[in-house]
Design a protein around this ligand. Structure first.
Ligand code: ADP
Ligand code: ADP
Ligand code: ZN
Length: 213
């Protein structure tokens, strides 16, 4: 089962992908998390990706596509996986479609988590992220059990550099220009399902679980 999460930055893709991963036992692959761990470890890739991410721009395909293809070729992806943050452009989606077709595979579900722009800034400004395991919390809507500490791994939570309101504005316009066209792309492929992402986290997940079966 290959699942692609679609939706604006802050729509809840990561939150839902983590819940799907837990219920269905599939790896949760977030290209944003992969870039952030490269930045933290000071790799060449991290240095290159950081300048784009800090401005709210997309990291160029040359740095993104092969990284993702290598990741999904790993053993733990044999039974399927959940992509969170990839594809983000039509060319990325086309590369993925072609790479899967070579192995007789395809994206089975594209889950579009729909949240209007008005709600996004509030979601992003309250987001707190775990720098170790990537878990995402919200100071108001989804607080951790212990303030400032990740429920999953006990690490101190941080506010992402690119969640500042000015950067969020750029990310939203990049989303509308470059990523939103993927909704039509996957609709045409017959695998698109849209869920109302403004509901509570558990209600959104219930809708997703009924789609996945
Ligand atoms: P969000 O959780 O807000 O959707 P992500 O963690 O997925 O954000 O991504 C953070 C940043 O990493 C993006 O703004 C972009 O700069 C970069 N990035 C992540 N995935 C991709 C991708 N598939 N293509 C290009 N850039 C990406
Ligand atoms: P994305 O991966 O799409 O960027 P996240 O999953 O990181 O989004 O969620 C963005 C922010 O919104 C986080 O602070 C998260 O805790 C919060 N959030 C996620 N789902 C919901 C929801 N259904 N209702 C309210 N807040 C949510
Ligand atoms: Zn954690």
């Amino acid at each position: 089962m290959i699942i692609v999460m679609l939706g604006a930055p802050g729509a809840g893709k990561g939150t839902q992908a983590a819940a799907i991963s837990e219920k269905y036992g599939l790896p949760h692959i977030s290209t944003g998390d992969i870039f952030r761990s490269n930045i933290k470890n000071g790799t060449e890739l991290g240095k290159k990706a950081k300048s784009y991410m800090d401005q709210g721009k997309l990291v160029p395909d040359e740095l993104t596509v092969q990284l993702l293809l290598d990741r999904v070729a790993k053993e733990d992806c044999k039974e399927g996986y959940i992509l969170d943050g990839f594809p983000r452009t039509i060319p990325q989606a086309e590369v993925l479609t072609q790479a899967l077709a070579k192995d007789g595979q395809k994206v089975d579900f594209a889950l579009n988590v729909d949240v209007p722009d008005e709600n996004i800034v509030r979601r992003m400004s309250g987001r707190r992220s775990c720098p170790k395991c990537g878990a995402s919390y919200h100071i108001e809507f989804i607080p951790p059990k212990k303030e400032g500490i990740c429920d999953v791994c006990g690490t101190a939570l941080i506010q992402r550099e690119d969640d500042k309101p000015e950067t969020v504005k750029n990310r939203l316009s990049v989303y509308h220009e470059q990523t939103q066209p993927l909704i039509a792309y996957y609709e045409k492929a017959g695998v698109l399902h849209t869920v109302d992402g403004t509901k509570d986290k558990d209600d959104v997940f219930a809708d997703i679980a009924s789609i996945l079966g």
